[in-house]
Design a protein around this ligand. Structure first.
Ligand code: ATP
Ligand code: MG
Ligand code: MG
Length: 548
């Protein structure tokens, strides 16, 4: 594979390897919470952790950070696995769940209590907030801070045994209520939540807090470099404090990098969940969503997403990437992999008046313009065709070279045809365009080498397959929709459902099959498609618009 660019995290890892830290090993992880589908921001983190492990001969773990039972579900676990596999980042055997460590984490908490480093606090939520102070004001010690080890052990056991109501007590770290870092002011380690967990069922009614569960899970798995996004920078002292006080054998190094942000989307799971629940979109994999599942369904490729993440790079400063850059990588990849077919989205009937009524022939067409390994196919041709409405103009402007009365154009892979006249209805709407063809120009060239300026695509009317075609634009009309109310910033034209006529070679196409409809754009078979009713998503338009 190609050489990956160097960045500050690699510099850290290479130094660690050179110093034989962690016996020179590299173990990374991606730790999703199964409370929603992955978005393209997560892809950046997945590629980063996966590639580092791969490049330094290390191991990549997938760990579900399932410590918040009310929002988590196995549906999300399965979706996350599907998406990471599709991105090409296989974790092999190394699949873990934080919930598998609940017993161990409980023991660690007991260790902290015994050391006098954790206590059961019985302030209510509001009081805890009050006591915490603010950025400009130190906090105050909880009146429960000096409970004896024995009392703490007994209360914590009773918390576990379900003897208290939610909110009655929490377990807190005993650090420093005057710390300038609010995360260090006796943060909560455990809270009582009497809810069913998707894996541990009703076994537990106390659940560890993120900061406590995350560092300990990393340590249990022998993670060497715990890579996370910048908002965790001021959680790092707590990460280190917990592991130092518990005295774990492994103490991973937390390293923060800048998130991936994109224009025209909202990526936070909280917001995406609302969009799904309020039916603003049609599910997590609605092709307008920024989720991996949506992008796959729309026809984006894993390689395009990876190329974007690589181009953006790994840095310490957050910025927002133009969606157009992702579009660029999608087009680039689809241009090289998508077979070509002909499809007409805005049909206009073209009748070849000198072509025999019941004649049919099959014309050879290459499936790819530059890659011969894609082979060729045969496209049926007959007297009545569909062409695009835009490829005919009765009164064309100067630079318009496509079809108009009296002009000869090339039908792609077919013949030269010369337009003779149009048939209109009573309102003057064009119903049909008539033309004659030159039988000597089969395949698209003439013996006398005469020039035609335009080549247009077509489908044979009687052979065409009708398909539903879904055209997408940005879900949001503004560049930074995170700034406002979701409803106010929606793009009313984000989905247009139309139909099209396609050449019959796509008859057996399956979900996710990708094509370029020549001169029109890139399209992908939707999961709603069936033999009776083909459904295509427009993945993306062609870069250059109508021409030539
Ligand atoms: P969100 O806030 O978007 O809902 P999250 O961070 O809460 O996402 P998790 O499942 O907890 O979702 O995230 C798993 C990992 O993905 C974390 O390590 C997190 O730092 C990383 N991650 C989340 N969003 C991004 C992003 N936009 N770019 C890069 N990494 C991200
Ligand atoms: Mg999270
Ligand atoms: Mg979040």
């Amino acid at each position: 594979s190609k050489e990956e660019p160097i960045h500050f995290i690699k510099n850290i890892i290479e130094k660690d390897i050179a110093e034989n830290k962690n016996d020179g090993k590299v173990v990374t992880r991606f730790p999703p919470e199964p409370n929603g589908y992955l978005h393209i921001g997560h892809a950046k983190s997945i590629f980063l952790n996966f590639t580092l492990a791969e490049e330094y001969g290390g191991t990549f773990h997938l760990r579900f950070d399932d410590t918040n039972p009310e929002k988590e579900d196995t549906e999300y676990v399965e979706a996350i696995k599907r998406d990471i596999k599709w991105l090409g980042c296989d974790w092999g055997e190394n699949q873990f769940f934080a919930s598998d460590y609940f017993e161990k984490l409980y023991e660690y908490a007991v260790t902290l209590i015994k050391k006098g480093k954790a206590y059961v606090c019985s302030l209510n939520a509001e009081q805890i907030r009050e006591y915490r102070g603010s950025l400009t004001e130190p906090g105050k010690n909880s009146p429960y801070r000096d409970r004896s080890v024995e009392e703490n052990l007994e209360l914590f056991q009773k918390m576990r045994d379900g003897e208290f109501a939610e909110g009655e007590h929490i377990l807190r770290a005993k650090i420093d209520m005057a710390s300038p870092n609010l995360n260090m002011r006796d943060p909560a380690l455990y809270r009582i939540r009497k809810v069913h967990h998707h894996r541990t069922g009703d076994k537990w009614c106390i659940y560890p807090m993120y900061d406590y569960a995350h560092c300990t899970s990393d340590a249990i798995e022998g993670i060497t470099h715990s890579i996370c996004t910048l908002e965790f920078e001021n959680h790092r002292p707590l990460y280190d404090w917990c592991l130092d006080e518990i005295g774990t054998e492994c103490h991973p190094q937390q390293i923060e990098f800048a998130k991936l942000n994109l224009t025209h989307v909202i990526m936070g799971k909280r917001h995406m969940t609302r969009m799904v629940n309020d039916k603003i979109v049609d599910g997590w994999d609605d092709p307008r969503m920024p989720t991996i599942a949506a992008m796959r369904r729309r026809g984006f490729t894993a390689r395009a997403i990876r190329n974007l993440c690589e181009r953006v790079g790994v840095a310490k400063r957050e910025n927002t990437i133009e969606m157009a850059l992702l579009d660029y990588f999608v087009r680039e990849d689809l241009n090289s992999i998508a077979p070509r077919v002909m499809g007409v989205l805005k049909p206009l009937k073209l009748v070849i008046t000198n072509y025999p009524e019941d004649k049919e022939e099959l014309l050879d067409a290459p499936n790819h313009p530059t890659d011969e390994s894609y082979g060729t196919r045969q496209v049926p041709f007959s007297k009545v065709l569909y062409i695009e409405q835009d490829d005919f103009m009765e009164n064309p402007p100067k630079k318009y070279f496509r079809m108009t009365v009296g002009r000869e154009v090339r039908l792609r892979y077919g013949y030269y045809v010369t337009c003779t006249d149009v048939v209109k209805d009573d309102n003057g709407e064009i119903l049909e365009v008539h033309c004659t063809y030159d039988p000597e120009t089969k395949g698209g060239s003439s013996a006398d080498n005469r020039k035609v300026k335009a080549t247009i695509h077509w489908v044979s009317a009687k052979h065409a397959l009708e398909a539903e075609v879904r055209l997408y634009e940005h879900l949001f009309a503004v560049e930074n929709p995170s700034k406002g109310e979701i409803e106010e910033n929606l793009n009313p034209n984000s989905l247009t459902v139309t139909s099209g006529y396609l050449e019959p070679s796509v008859k057996d196409a399956k979900a996710e099959d990708k094509y370029q409809f020549e001169r029109v754009g890139y399209f992908c078979v939707d999961k709603d498609s069936s033999a009776d009713k083909l459904v295509f998503n427009r993945t993306i338009t062609l870069k250059d618009s109508w021409a030539k």
